[in-house]
Write a protein of this length. Structure first.
Length: 370
């Protein structure tokens, strides 16, 4: 006697479709490709791949592409030929001699023209001869003597410590004077005084963010000086405005520690800000020594919420400390009572004693002055 078993196909399935993998009253069709996971990506590759994306549920393998190399931040473009160089100056003696010669030429021309007062002739012990009058020759002598005196006395300048002059002629850079004392500089040159001393600048409140993206307000102190006078004067218009922009750019790239951070974290932030700001200011002749945050506060829109969060964290930390102390005290008390044989406790009595001691110690720690 043979029994023939016939597999019945549901009416919803056509003859050309495969049978359901799992079917009953509460299940539906599950595509075959969802029952298998995609194979893992290979472990060893020349460069760490980046997953571009894949369509979920299609079984498509992830597509990889090589990461693009990081492009360094471009420095400000400044004329490479523009750089500080010493200007040509003469000792003050040359200017004084030239000015004296010009003055003497004017006196001699006046005597030659006969317009010198008799009192001056007597004082200078000049021969009293009739003058030739003011003619073209006399006027030319006057012009030459006056020009010599103007160049001699007009070029005298005094250099001071911590100051420098950037000289220019018809829009061209002619050099920098860093000498101190009295000297002679060509009076036709345009002089621009530059302060090359060590200076500090305290900023107003600047926007920043911490590592979690919380908005902050930071006040920084920048210590800097002009290193290359040519680039600093001819490359930018206002030093402090440029420094402010550099500091803001650095704050946008560095996560500032929130108020109450450790000393080590503040030093790391200071070093990063100084490095970035100095790199941006170097091409324009400014030397930055330090960029240090002197005040860090939460932004007004998040200050109240962060203050409540900080108080809650301190409260939770204090509660955890108190609880740890209470548990240690309860454990020490129960251990001493049982080890010394003062009481014999079963499990129920031990739990009751621990509960009572915990409540008593917690109540004692919660009292004012405890």
């Amino acid at each position: 006697m043979s029994t023939t078993t016939t597999s019945q196909t549901p009416e919803s399935e056509g003859p050309g479709r495969p049978g359901r993998l799992i079917q009953n009253e509460a299940t539906t069709e599950i595509p075959v490709h969802l029952l298998f996971r995609d194979e893992a990506a290979p472990v060893s590759v020349p460069l760490r791949p980046t997953v571009v994306g894949r369509r979920q549920g299609t079984g498509e393998q992830p597509r990889f592409r090589r990461p693009m190399p990081a492009t360094p931040r471009a420095a400000p473009e400044v004329d490479p030929d523009l750089g500080e160089r010493p200007a040509r100056v003469l000792p003050a003696t040359a200017g004084v001699l030239a000015g004296a010669c010009g003055a003497a030429g004017c006196v001699a021309t006046s005597w030659w023209a006969g317009v010198l007062p008799s009192l001056a002739v007597t004082a200078l012990r000049l021969p009293t001869e009739p003058g030739a009058g003011l003619g073209p020759a006399q006027w030319a002598a006057y012009a030459g003597a006056a020009a010599l005196g103007f160049f001699g006395f007009g070029g005298l300048a005094r250099g001071r410590t911590g100051r420098a002059w950037v000289l220019g002629l018809y829009g061209r850079y002619r050099g920098t004077v860093r000498r101190t004392g009295l000297m002679w500089v060509n009076p036709l040159l345009l002089r621009r005084r530059v302060d090359v001393r060590l200076r500090h600048w305290r900023s107003e409140e600047m926007p920043a963010a911490d590592g979690n993206g919380v908005a902050l307000r930071v006040v920084v102190l920048v210590v800097w000086r002009v290193r290359d006078t040519a680039r600093a004067v001819l490359g930018i218009e206002d030093h402090e405005t440029y420094l402010r922009e550099c500091v803001e750019a650095a704050l946008a790239r560095v996560a500032v520690e929130a108020p109450g951070a450790s000393k080590g974290s503040v030093e790391v932030v200071t070093e990063a800000l100084t490095r970035l700001t100095a790199a941006d200011a170097a091409p324009v002749g400014l030397e930055v020594f330090s960029v240090q945050p002197v005040r860090v506060e939460y932004a007004p829109e998040v200050a109240a919420a962060m203050q409540r969060r900080r108080i809650a964290a301190l409260d939770a930390e204090q509660r955890a400390t108190v609880l740890t102390s209470v548990v240690d005290s309860v454990e020490d008390t129960v251990t001493r009572l049982t080890v010394r044989g003062l009481v014999e406790l079963d499990d129920y009595e031990r739990k009751a004693l621990v509960k009572d001691l915990t409540v008593a110690f917690c109540a004692g720690r919660g009292e004012p002055g405890a």
